[in-house]
Design a protein around this ligand. Structure first.
Ligand code: HEC
Length: 157
C-alpha cells in the first residue's frame, strides 16, 4: 500500500515535470535566440560541407562523408525558416545579423530557395550513403550552388 502511494506520487511528479519541461520547450524563442540558433545552424552546415570538400580533394573517407552529408540534410530539413521571426531583421546587441531586408519581403522566393537546398542536400545524403565519390562530387556542387543562390540574394557581404 505504501509503495503504491509512493509510485502514484512519483507518477504525479513526473507528470508535473513533463508539463513544465514541455512548457519550456514550447516557449517561443526570443529574437536574439532565433538569430543565434540560425547562425549556429548555418555554421554547422558549413563545417560539414567543408569536411566533404576536404574528402573530395584528399583521401576519401566514406563514413565521414556519409555522416557529414546526413548532418547537412538534417539541418536543412529542420525548418530554419522558423528562426526568422519578427524583430530578427537587425543586430540585437552582441548578436549581429547579415540578413537582407528583402528576406522578409519575399517569403515565396525564400521558400523556393530553401526547398531547393532541401532537395539537393537530401540527394547529397542519399548518394553519400552509397559511397560513390564521383556522384558525391557532382551532387556536392549542386548543393553548394543552392547555398550560394540564397546568399547572393538574401545575405549581406
Ligand atoms: C534560404 C536561404 C539560405 C540558404 C539555402 C542557405 N543560407 Fe546560409 N545564410 C542565409 C542567411 C539569410 C544568412 C544570414 C543569417 C544571419 O546573419 O542572421 C546565412 C548565413 C550563413 C553563414 C554565416 C553564419 C554566421 O555565423 O553568421 C554560413 C556559414 C552559411 N550561411 C552557410 C550556408 C551553407 C553551407 C548553406 C548550404 C548548405 C547555406 N548557408 C544555405 C541564408 C541561406
Amino acid at each position: 500500500m505504501k509503495l503504491w502511494k509512493r509510485l502514484c506520487a512519483m507518477g504525479v511528479l513526473a507528470g508535473v515535470l513533463g508539463v513544465v519541461a514541455g512548457g519550456v520547450l514550447a516557449a517561443p524563442l526570443k529574437p536574439d535566440e532565433q538569430m543565434k540558433f540560425r547562425k549556429a545552424g548555418y555554421g554547422f552546415m558549413a563545417w560539414n560541407m567543408r569536411k566533404i570538400k576536404g574528402n573530395l580533394e584528399g583521401p576519401y573517407n566514406n563514413d565521414e562523408v556519409a555522416k557529414a552529408a546526413a548532418a547537412v540534410a538534417a539541418v536543412s530539413n529542420s525548418g530554419l525558416g522558423a528562426l526568422f521571426g519578427p524583430g530578427t531583421d537587425q543586430d540585437l546587441g552582441e548578436v549581429k545579423t547579415r540578413v537582407k531586408p528583402e528576406f522578409f519581403q519575399q517569403p515565396d522566393k525564400v521558400k523556393e530557395l530553401a526547398l531547393a537546398l532541401n532537395k539537393e542536400a537530401n540527394e547529397l545524403a542519399r548518394v553519400a550513403a552509397t559511397g560513390d565519390a564521383g556522384a558525391v562530387k557532382a551532387q556536392f556542387g549542386r548543393t553548394s550552388d543552392a547555398c550560394q543562390a540564397c546568399h547572393d540574394r538574401f545575405r549581406k557581404e
